[in-house]
Design a binder for this molecule. Structure first.
Ligand SMILES: Cc1cc2nc3c(=O)[nH]c(=O)nc-3n(C[C@H](O)[C@H](O)[C@H](O)COP(=O)(O)O)c2cc1C
Length: 366
């Protein structure tokens, strides 16, 4: 597929379709699938589809500002690239680096996964704009502090601990095929530490951490309150894109109770199922400071490397521009819950690609 073809694509649907064509079944399942029955994954979309807009008119929307200050960066959109491990399976040529570069060129933050290529040194050498670093806790305090020292010395702006992976979930697409994704094959990691992680260890990390500390994988008001009490700077609502606990709630459904519990004492970000400009707007209206995208940029990367991710971000921006204008809001801080009706009936059944209903593709979802 020539570069020109990606540049000419007008919709993310076309990009996702190209990603499906380019990825083999194992890579597609790794990127797109979830845990067990994939109910959590589907609820991410369903919960977004249960929110309708209450547009306001006659508000002069000739000039719309979508930018937001976040972690010291003026981001062009209130969006960041969520950490994705194993991106070398999706993009053998550079792993996650083309995505980081696309985000930098576009003007948004990325959080680098600790289990992807490139490693932290290469990422920081190649990308000059702010980056966060995500870690799965696979070791004792000394192990974590050693990584934290490197993260701080290299100048990452945030240290993101993923807390929804105490135990690796049952990914049935992989189990049925007998396939072990490459990230799972890494030797020398003590996975028991993830199960042992608790608030006491968070306190010890908090004491040492001089950059913004992020708890990724919060799914209740109770844990959001605890996170604030334990000094977390950014409460990151996530169900890991439906890849961990099955039968969870859709991520955006959790947002109101967490925003209320946090009560302005920390930043609140969310990810899970966000693939459209309208999705981002809904989260911002409910009080999120920023929204993470995962699979969406993974599909962009699979379809066209750096250019694919860049095109995804451009389209997301255009979608947001159009919808903000039609909603009657010319800046993000004008969005409020009053722009939303939260009891709408979804018009279609959720599926892993139900955000792209115009694609007709045999066996598309699988
Ligand atoms: C292929 C894949 C790998 C992921 N790897 C990581 C990871 O290494 N660390 C992490 O904290 N989250 C990881 N996640 C979860 C994402 O950070 C994010 O929470 C999720 O993708 C958001 O949902 P979405 O894909 O529907 O946007 C991964 C997600 C995917 C799709």
């Amino acid at each position: 597929m020539s570069e020109q073809t990606i540049a000419a694509m007008r919709t993310t649907s076309e990009i996702v379709k190209l990603a499906r064509q380019r990825l083999d079944q194992n890579a597609w399942d790794y990127l797109t699938g979830g845990a067990e029955t994939e109910t959590t994954l589907l609820r991410n979309r369903q919960a977004l589809d249960e929110i309708a807009f209450r547009p306001r008119v006659l508000n002069n929307v000739s000039d719309i500002d979508l930018s937001r200050e976040f972690l010291g960066m003026k981001m062009r959109l209130p969006v960041f690239l969520a950490p994705i491990g194993g991106l070398q399976q999706i993009c053998p040529n550079g792993g996650g680096l083309p995505a980081l570069k696309a985000a930098e060129d576009f003007g948004i933050l990325s959080i680098l996964s600790s289990v992807t290529e490139p490693g932290m040194d290469v990422a920081k050498a190649e990308v000059k704009s702010p980056l966060g670093y995500q870690l799965y806790v696979h070791g004792d305090d000394a192990w974590v502090f050693d990584i934290l020292d490197q993260v701080q010395a290299l100048g990452f702006v945030a240290f993101c601990l993923t807390v929804d992976t105490a135990i690796y979930s049952r990914r049935e697409r992989d189990l049925i095929k007998g396939h072990t994704p490459r990230g799972r094959q890494r030797a020398g990691l003590d996975r028991d530490y993830q199960a042992k992680l608790d608030w006491d260890q968070i306190d010890r990390i908090r004491d040492k951490c001089k950059v913004a500390l992020v708890a990724k994988g919060i799914a209740t008001a109770e844990d959001a309150r605890l996170a604030v009490e334990h000094g977390i700077d950014i409460v990151y609502i996530s169900n890991h894109g439906g890849r961990q606990l099955d039968h969870g709630r859709g991520a955006i459904a959790v947002l109101p109770e967490v925003v209320e519990a946090v009560d302005g004492k920390a930043k609140v970000v969310v990810d899970g199922g966000f693939v459209r400009g309208t999705d981002i707007i809904k989260a911002i209206a409910l009080g999120a400071d920023a929204v993470g995208i995962g699979k969406l940029y993974g599909w962009g990367l699979a379809a066209g490397g750096q250019e694919g991710v860049a095109r995804v971000l451009d389209i997301l921006e255009e979608e947001m521009q159009v919808s903000m204008g039609l909603l009657g809001a010319n800046a993000l801080d004008k969005l409020t819950p009053a722009h939303l009706y939260r009891d709408a009936r979804p018009v279609r059944a959720p599926s892993v690609t139900s955000g792209f209903p115009h694609i007709k593709f045999p066996d598309f979802d699988y």
